[in-house]
Design a binder for this molecule. Structure first.
Ligand code: FA5
Ligand code: MG
Length: 379
């Protein structure tokens, strides 16, 4: 843990990921997916040139991918109308440097500064940080792409904006995954900064389950007023690049994005195999999968207990050797009202077989740290 501020909860493994910029790394799947999406927007959305010297049309959207992940609570929460008591502000959910500066948990943190700078159509990509659950599609560091498009009120109404948002994103989904892709809109989604709000989910044949790939909506009019754009309406979305890349390339586990194993990275190098439109065609070929090792832990929780704190301990101890942490049982004592939880931790290395003794040592450390730092009572 950094000790600069008592409020700081950023651990060294997290800090070491700041500046890695996987979305800039050539031939990395996150860089490839970012480039494909930007190319799609450049080709699909064009407008007459704004420069007097050119008669050619130009892309509508501007692209940003180099904004610092260190942002203020003003940018990240206040400017987005996120309530003072909203969970996303809690130290259990977000990595703080000090009380007013943090590692962005979403690229929406840049919406208002870019709109204030006069941008009316942009994609902004960057690394994001969250204290979150642990499974195949959640990692404490991930990448989002924010999209925003505004129009003068005189040209559009809300129905137009929603229809445009949906057709833009559905067009992107079909462009990337083909016409057979199965997706659905969750219209019950809620974000304080959009009204209405929508989330998009894609069906995974492999997992037989829905995967949430983005949040979006019509930008709240108070936000537009605050950035001097009260005479505009528009939409915004924030998509999780890992999940789009997992779907496109069949990548089964989000930890792989951080792998430096050449068996992973070389698969995304240019090859002679091209699709009809000239794009590289890559399907991730899993190298041998090593056996998992399951360990259960149950404990009585103190009142202040938060599952993200336990996940953080497991991550700190096991790093990328932890595949998932799943709540398998939960029970409240009828007399004392104390909550007891049971988790199954799945350990699995992506590059070697785990040795029993090593896993037992990891599990022992997890148990010890849970007692020492979370004040849980092991059962
Ligand atoms: C947001 O972050 C909103 N800022 C999105 C948005 C932008 C809404 C603009 C409206 C307007 P959400 O928390 O649902 O929403 O995250 C968006 C996407 O980021 C998710 O669908 C998922 O694809 C990805 N994501 C979120 N947390 C993680 C994580 N821990 N690991 C990997 N991907 C994640
Ligand atoms: Mg969501």
């Amino acid at each position: 843990m950094l000790t600069a501020s008592p409020h700081c909860n950023i651990t060294l493994p997290i800090l070491n990921k700041v500046g890695r910029n996987l979305h800039h790394q050539e031939h990395h799947p996150l860089n490839i997916i970012k480039t494909i999406i930007e190319d799609h927007f450049s080709k699909t959305f064009r407008q007459p040139s704004t420069s007097a010297s050119s008669t050619e049309d130009e892309p509508v959207f501007r692209y940003f991918d180099n904004m610092s992940p260190r942002v203020t609570t003003q940018q990240c929460f206040d400017d987005l109308l996120i309530q003072p008591d909203h969970v996303s502000r809690a130290v259990t959910d977000t990595y703080y440097f000090d009380e007013t500066s943090l590692l962005r948990p979403h690229t929406s943190a840049h919406q208002t500064e870019l709109m204030r700078a006069g941008h009316k159509a942009f994609l902004a990509t960057g690394d994001c940080y969250r204290r979150d659950e642990i499974d195949y599609c959640h990692y404490p560091v991930f990448h989002q792409m924010e999209g925003v498009r505004l129009w003068p009120c005189s040209e559009v109404d809300d129905a137009y904006v929603i229809a445009d948002l949906k057709s833009t994103l559905e067009g992107l989904v079909r462009r990337l995954f083909g016409d057979d892709i199965v997706f659905r809109w969750d219209e019950a989604a809620y974000f304080p900064f959009t009204e209405p709000s929508l989330e998009l989910e894609i069906w995974s044949e492999e997992r037989q389950d829905w995967l949430e790939v983005l949040g979006s909506g019509v930008i709240h009019t108070d936000i537009l007023r605050n950035v001097d754009m009260a005479d505009h309406r528009g939409w915004a979305f924030g998509l999780g690049l890992e999940r789009w890349a997992m779907t496109l390339f069949d990548i089964p586990d989000i930890r792989l994005f951080w792998s430096e194993d050449p068996r992973f990275l070389t698969q995304f190098r240019p090859s002679s195999k091209k699709t009809e439109d000239g794009r590289e065609f890559v399907r991730f070929a899993p190298f041998s999968k090593y056996p998992p090792c399951f360990k259960d832990i149950s404990f009585w929780t103190p009142e202040s207990y938060h599952a993200n704190d336990f996940a953080a301990i497991v991550r700190d101890v096991a790093g990328d050797l932890v595949e998932s942490v799943t709540l398998t049982d939960e029970f409240t004592h009828p007399k004392t009202q104390r909550l007891s939880v049971c988790y199954r931790i799945t350990y699995r290395s992506m590059s070697a077989s785990l040795v029993d003794d090593d896993v037992n040592a990891l599990q022992e450390k997890v148990r010890q740290l849970a007692v020492d730092t979370l004040a849980v009572e092991l059962r």
